[in-house]
Ligand binder design. Structure first.
Ligand SMILES: *Cc1c(COP(=O)(O)O)cnc(C)c1O
Length: 409
């Protein structure tokens, strides 16, 4: 008799985005003809750049001729792409071996799959609020208890509250944990950890033989050169951290699919020799994954070329200009906002201590703008709201104008 993995029953049911869709539909049914404006989505909207399009075409053309055709490639990714990524890290002062770089089909799969190489008993720590993938994949893997509705969190996970009081970056846990998920620049708060802040976690991880899983999907949005774009810019991180990144937000590859993970050979855990974690990730990927698309990897290579990188910079500037429009617009009417300077999200405080879902209803009713309730990212997100700078500029301007004119403060 087959049974299911009953851990799936513990999931708080992908509640956030379906509930946003439900409330939006209900609003539109009551208000036919109204056009809602979406500031809630973490999805890119602007077209791929010319160099990337050329790279993708060249990948297609290679498949048309017997001399250049390729079938399965290396599971770890095209060596040229890994060399280009290695060079990009070298620009940050981080020296990697290409055997430490694993090309993938994205940062979401990697950040979800990485837990599978660690022991069942490992204690998980997450930033609160956080990208839901880190928690949900550990729920499915059976590393947590049940969802505690009262507290809005899972039993058995260590939540690290990121609040205004700590600059949206928590101190290290006051107990021993094993796997620590950190996302910087952060989704949803849009804030970035400093080198000093990351150093506290690297020191903690080395002291406790813990592993930091560092999600750097938004690193290219950092404008302030003093802020770290990679955890490996912190001394000692190669012994206690791995990093996940993606072309999704850098180059608009959300639908194209390409990412990478860096798993240092120096990374060790309890009772393992250096190289073991790297070898396990290689084993996991070779077993479950047959490599990223060869066409897409040509596109990625083009994105990393000098011209490609310049064009992608333009894409990022476009979105960061949107972030500024949102930030300035809300600040003008007295709303308190965080993030948006070195990351594409704006984390706004709701009005008068209103809870996140009540504010969702108020915002859509009064302004026709849809955003994302902060409480959906964890209990410390209560009383906050995430606005995204991904969108066409005119749509962003219209939404911000509507908030300025129609929100009853
Ligand atoms: C968008 C995003 C990713 C990227 O995921 P892909 O699978 O590469 O598209 C990863 N982490 C966070 C926190 C994100 O917001």
């Amino acid at each position: 008799m087959a049974t299911i993995n009953s851990n799936y029953n513990k999931l708080a049911a992908g509640y956030l985005f379906p509930e946003i869709a439900r409330r939006t539909r209900a609003f539109l049914e009551k208000n036919p003809g109204v056009k809602v404006m979406r500031l809630g989505i973490g999805n890119t909207t602007e077209p791929l750049t010319p160099s990337v399009i050329k790279g993708l075409f060249s990948g297609v053309e290679k498949l048309a001729s017997v001399d250049t055709y390729t079938g399965y490639g290396d599971e770890q990714g095209d060596a040229r792409l890994r060399e280009a990524l290695k060079k990009q890290y070298a620009g940050l002062g981080v020296n990697l071996d290409i055997g430490e770089i694993f090309v993938s089909d994205g940062a979401k799969p990697d950040s979800g799959n990485i837990q599978s190489i660690f022991g069942q008993d490992n204690i998980i720590a997450v930033q609160d609020p956080a990208y839901p993938v880190y928690v949900d994949t550990n729920v499915i893997a059976g590393r947590t208890g049940f969802f505690n509705k009262q507290r809005g969190l899972y039993d058995g996970i260590v939540y690290m509250p990121c609040t205004e009081a700590n600059g949206f970056f928590s101190p290290v846990p006051d107990q021993k944990v094993d796997l620590i998920y950190i996302c910087s620049p952060n989704n949803p708060t849009g804030t970035v950890a400093t080198k000093e802040q990351l150093k506290t976690f690297v020191d903690y991880a080395r002291r406790n033989k813990a592993v930091i899983i560092f999600d750097a999907a938004y690193s290219a949005f950092i404008k302030d050169d003093s802020l770290p774009k990679s955890i490996f810019q912190i001394d000692g991180a190669a012994e206690c951290a791995l990093e996940i990144n993606s072309f999704s937000k850098i180059a608009g590859f959300t639908g194209v699919r390409l990412g990478w993970a860096v798993v240092p050979k120096a990374l060790t855990v309890e009772n393992s020799e250096p190289g073991k974690i790297n070898a396990l990730w290689n084993r996991r990927q070779s077993t479950f994954f047959n490599g990223a698309s060869n066409i897409v990897q040509e596109g990625g290579l083009a994105a990393l070329s000098e011209q490609g990188a310049k064009e992608c910079r333009g894409l990022i500037d476009y979105y960061m200009d949107n972030a500024l429009i949102i930030k300035n617009g809300l600040t003008e009417i007295g709303i308190r906002v965080f993030g948006g300077d070195n990351g594409p999200y704006i984390w706004m405080q709701t009005l008068n201590g209103m809870n996140s879902w009540d504010f969702f209803d108020k915002l859509i009713t009064e302004t026709h703008v849809v955003g994302t309730p902060g409480s959906g990212f964890g209990p410390s997100g209560e009383g906050y709201f995430r606005l995204s700078s991904f969108g066409h500029k005119q749509d962003i301007i219209n939404a911000v104008d509507s908030i300025k004119q129609n929100l009853v403060i």
